[in-house]
Design a protein around this ligand. Structure first.
Ligand code: NAP
Ligand code: GLV
Length: 313
């Protein structure tokens, strides 16, 4: 079995050693632009156009992350980038859900206990107790009740928060109020003091974090964007912050990454920025998952994490 690998990093030794250890009979090689040799499987993160184009004999393409938007939009811009009919798989959880739980818990509690505001007051040497938020007025809404959104919701429920989820299809997650479809979006948002975005980036979700949605939230709501930068209309957020519709935002993903140094988010007192670290790929767990999937395909079983290309996630 031959496997090709590409990530933008110059050193992929960890992946090559890890797959070789797990599949001793497989030959895995780092792909380079002159490499036209046969391959059965491809492991990729942001591959160049040439890597997969015309490789119709691949038995599977594994994306080394949760989101497949970069690959699918490359295919849309340059049709033929992704060979038609080859199964495309993404990582489901493999250590990312725990990281998302940590990130959202830290941020939710920071806002719920108004620690962000106390930090600003400290800078002004002001001793000023603020009115505490009450849980009954602090419902948390999660856009995207999928692999990551569900586990974030469960963690927040454990902590005693009222939690809502919004997805394409109705869900039955214990103690989480489920909303689904475009027609229920504003009803969902109307009760959410804090909104967490964990939607995949698709033509339907681009720009979904916009003025209309912000206006549907209760006044002085909070936003956490962990999905993709393209889902946020940046000017609308700045406007909503200026008018107090949004009290504060924590952003992990941006239209342009790294965030340009002149961007107004950097110096906005009510915006907190992290450099797309919400949940990193954990190679050891990812490789266990990919190898189990290769074994499933070889045995004629269905792999996990299959992407529906038409749906976009
Ligand atoms: P997932 O399991 O595919 O979940 C996606 C959820 O979004 C599903 O509940 C889906 O609804 C819902 N959804 C999709 N399109 C929708 C639409 N048009 N309207 C309403 N709901 C819609 O994905 P995941 O593994 O949880 O990952 C989610 C995203 O997180 C990734 O795509 C990626 O962009 C982002 N992410 C970011 C980081 C980071 O470091 N910041 C790390 C990992 C992932 P259904 O359940 O009904 O299909
Ligand atoms: C990271 O953003 C991922 O999609 O895995």
């Amino acid at each position: 079995m031959n496997i090709i690998l590409y990530t933008p990093k110059s050193d992929n030794k960890e992946w090559i050693d890890g797959i070789s250890k797990r599949l001793p009979n497989a030959k895995i090689r780092a792909w380079h632009p002159e490499d036209k040799e046969h391959a059965d499987y491809a492991l990729v993160w942001r591959p160049p156009h040439d890597m997969l184009a015309s490789r119709t004999s691949l038995k599977g393409i594994f994306v080394l992350g949760a989101g497949v938007d970069a690959l699918l939009s490359q295919e849309q811009q340059q049709p033929g980038t992704l060979p038609a009919g080859v199964p495309l798989m993404r990582l489901e959880d493999t250590g990312m859900a725990l990281q998302m739980q940590e990130y959202t818990l830290a941020t939710v509690l920071r806002y719920f206990r108004r620690l962000d505001e106390y930090q600003l007051l400290q800078q002004q040497k002001q001793w000023k107790p603020l009115v505490a938020h009450q849980r009954e007025n602090f419902t948390i809404g999660i856009l995207g009740a999928g692999v990551l959104g569900t586990q974030v919701a469960q963690k927040l429920v454990e902590l005693g928060f009222n939690v809502r989820g919004w997805s394409r299809s109705a869900k039955n997650i214990p103690d989480v109020e489920s909303f689904h479809g475009a027609e229920q979006l504003h009803k969902f948002a109307s009760g959410c003091k804090l909104l967490i975005n964990l939607l995949p980036n698709t033509p339907q979700t681009v720009g979904i974090l916009n003025q209309t949605l912000f206006n549907a939230l209760p006044r002085h709501a909070y936003l956490i964007n962990l999905g993709r930068g393209m889902q946020l209309v940046e000017g609308d957020l700045l406007n909503a912050l200026q008018h107090g519709q949004i009290a504060a935002a924590t952003l992990d993903v941006f239209i342009e990454e790294p965030l340009p140094s002149m961007h107004p988010f950097w110096s906005h007192p009510r915006v907190s920025i992290t450099p797309h670290i919400g949940a990193d790929t954990r190679p050891e767990l990812a490789m266990d998952n990919i190898v189990a999937n290769i074994q499933a395909i070889e045995a004629g079983r269905e792999p996990v994490g299959l992407v529906d290309r038409a749906r976009g996630y």
